[in-house]
Design a protein around this ligand. Sequence first.
Ligand code: NAP
Length: 496
Amino acid sequence: MPDIHNQSGLNDRPVDLVIFGGTGDLAMRMLFPSLYFLEYDGHLPDSLRIIAAARKDMTRDEFLGILDKRLQGVVGAGYLCENIKTHLYDRLSYQPLDVESGTGFESLAKKLRHKDLCDMVAYCSTAPRLYGQICELLEIYGLTGDTCRIVLEKPIGHDLQSCKDVNDAVGAVFDEQRIYRIDHYLGKETVQNLMALRFANSLFEPLWDANGIEQVQITVSETIGVEDRWDYYNDYGALKDMVQNHIMQLLCLVAMEPPTSMDADAVRDEKLKVLRALRPIPLSELAQKTVAGQYTAGTVAGKDVPGYLDEGKKPSNTETFVALRAEIDNWRWAGVPFYLRTGKRLPYRHSQIFIQFKGVPHSIFPDESNLSLEPNKLVIHLQPEENIKLLMMNKVPGLGRDATTLQEVSLDLSISPEARSRRRPIAYERLLLDILADRSTLFVRRDETEAAWQWIDNIANGWSALGMKPSPYVAGTWSPPASVELTERYGHDWHD
Ligand code: NAP
C-alpha cells in the first residue's frame, strides 16, 4: 500500500470537503471525475469525506445514481473500476440546501466532523453571486475558523467593483490565506512545466527579456460556441471570460521575475508586479491595439453551425473573439509586444504560448542557403496536446553540391516518452490535491484578480465610450481580418 500522505504532500488531518453546486456542470464534468482519478491513483487519504450540496431535494442514493451515469460518460472505459467507484462513493454524501434561504445548513453542520478534529474545505461551484452568502451562512452555523478554507471558482465578479464586492464579502469571513481562487489553467502540467523551464534552467534566463525576445503570443482558440450558456456568456464576452483570468495568468508566468522560492506569496508577488506594470491602452489607441469579433453562421469541423445572434435570438454586441496587443512597462519587457487572442468557433481548438526570439544579428550563410533563416521560437502547447517545443535552425544533412542548406527543426522539451504514455491528469486533480494539502501557490490572490480587472475594465469601458462594436467573422475562420492587421501593423504574424 503506497504511503498516500507522503505521495500527495497531504498532512495527517482529516478533511471534510463540501462542494456547493455539487450537481452542476462543473462538478459533474470536472470535480468528481478529478476526485475519481485521484482515488484511482491512490492520492486520497482514507479520512477524506466529501459532501455534495445543491438545491435539489434527493437522497444520497439518487445523487450517486446521477453521478454514476455522469462518471461513465467522462471517465474512459479503460479507467472505470467498480472497486474505485465504491471507495469514492463510500466517502460521499449529499446535502440538499438553499444558499438563498439558508435551509439545509443546520443539517450540513451536523454532518461535518468537529473542527478540532478535522479541516473543512468549502468549494463554491455555484454562481459567484452566492459566494458571499455561502460564507455568511458558514459563519452563522459555526463552520468557519482556522481549520476551514474556501475555494472560489472564476469569474470573481464581472468588473473591478463587483470583484471587490465578492472579495469583501468572502474576506469578511475568511482570511486571505484561507481563500483559494481557482484558475484551472494553473493546474495544467505544461503551465507548471513552464515554471520549471524558466527557473530550473539557466539557459533561457539571459535571453528572457527585450534584448532576446521579439514577441510573445498567447492564443486560446475554441471550436465550440457558447453551447447552452448564452445568457451567462452574453454578460461577459471573450475579454472578461477568458482574457481577464486564464490568459492574463499565462502572461504573468511568462513575464514575471524569478520568485525567491515557490512559496505562494513569493510567486504571487511577482505575478502581481507584472499585472501592475501592464500599460493601460488609451482610448486613442484602442482601435489599433484591440480587435473584437462575433461569429456568424458557418462551418466548423465539417458541421454547419449557427451564428451567435441566431443562438441567442436577440441583438447583442458581446464579443466572441478578442485580440489585443499588450505591453509591459518595466526594464525587462519595454517594447516587447504580448499579443493575446481568444475566440469561439475558430477553425481548431488549441491553446499555446508562442515566444519568438530575436533573429541572428548577421547571417554568415550565402543567400541561397538560408532563404528560411528563421528566428528561434519556443512553443508551449497547453491543449489539446500538452508539450513544449523549441524551434531551431539546423543544417540539412548530406553533402549536396550547393552551399549549406538550412532547415528549421523542432526540439521536444516535453516530458519523457515514458511519462507521455501515462494518463494526462485533469488540471483540477492537481488543484484539488493542493487545496487538500493547504498549498496555495497555484491559486490567485485577491490583489491579482483586482489588478487584472483594472486593466480589463479600461478596455471594456473604452469600447463602450467609443461605441466600438465587434466585427463579424464566419464561424470556422480565423476571426475578423482586423486581427491579422493587428499583428501585421507591427511587423508580426500570428503563429497558428
Ligand atoms: P451550473 O451547472 O448552473 O450549476 C450550479 C450549481 O449550483 C447546481 O448544483 C445548483 O444546484 C447549485 N445552486 C444554484 N442555486 C443554488 C442555491 N440557491 N443554493 C444551493 N445551490 C444552488 O453551473 P456550473 O457551470 O457548474 O458553474 C459553477 C461555477 O463554476 C460558476 O461560478 C461558473 O462560473 C464556474 N465555472 C464553470 C465552468 C464550467 O465549465 N461549467 C468553468 C469554469 C468556471 P440545483 O441544480 O440543485 O439548483
